[in-house]
Design a protein around this ligand. Structure first.
Ligand code: SF4
Length: 206
């Protein structure tokens, strides 16, 4: 049975389907809103839906989502313990391969800003203790400031209005795109470590 929070998130999602705050809705299949446990202590925020997510209408179901799910498991976090969402709710991409492939483009600052109110609404309903922001776009959207991931990851950062603390880490798609197997393994280990930190923090917070 749906909880009150589930219903509130659903209502926000329905409103977001009509959003025209930026142009990204024009070429996307659908809005991809957050999913998971709406009472979660941990909210995971990615950049934007990818090709698979755009088609499915659900976040983190593509290859990067697969990496994230394995890392959550390694960190001892069940999928039903988290709420998953993105900083930007429509898939930004360009067409390649003679019209056959849709390749990811990073959302610009204006698009991230335009979409931020939807993330704020999700935060106001879920009220997580910890937000794990994956990648630069998510981290900037959540923290509202510039940063360098390699310098600030692995720590409990700023406290947001409402009391949530922030941890930033690598986006799984950056792990998949990394320049070498060694680099990929290192980033993956760091993501698992950061997720373990999130779990440890929430285990002591209530
Ligand atoms: S990306 Fe965000 S701001 Fe832009 S149209 Fe979609 S929901 Fe609205």
């Amino acid at each position: 049975m749906s909880s009150t929070k589930d219903k509130k998130i659903k209502a926000i999602e329905v409103a977001a389907e009509r959003c025209r705050n930026c142009d990204l809705y024009r070429h996307a299949t659908q809005v991809v809103f957050g999913s998971g446990n709406t009472s979660a202590k941990i909210m995971i925020v990615g950049e934007q839906p990818g090709n698979a997510e755009d088609l499915a209408g659900v976040p983190f179901v593509g290859p990067a989502g697969g990496v994230l799910k394995h890392c959550l498991e390694e960190a001892g976090i069940r999928e039903d313990e988290v709420y998953l969402t993105n900083a930007v709710k429509h898939f930004k991409h360009h067409i390649s391969g003679g019209g056959k492939r849709r390749l990811h483009d990073r959302p610009n600052a204006a698009e991230v800003k335009a979409c931020h109110p939807w993330l704020e609404k999700e935060l106001a309903v879920v009220r997580p203790k910890i937000i794990v922001a994956l990648g630069l776009t998510a981290a900037r959207s959540v923290l509202g400031r510039t940063l360098v991931i390699s310098k600030e990851r692995g720590e409990i950062l700023d406290e947001l209005e409402g009391g949530a603390r922030v941890i930033i880490s690598w986006h799984p798609s950056a792990i998949l795109r990394s320049i070498s197997r060694e680099q990929s393994a290192k980033m993956r280990q760091e993501l698992v470590k950061d997720l373990k930190l999130a779990k440890k923090k929430t285990d002591y917070s209530r």
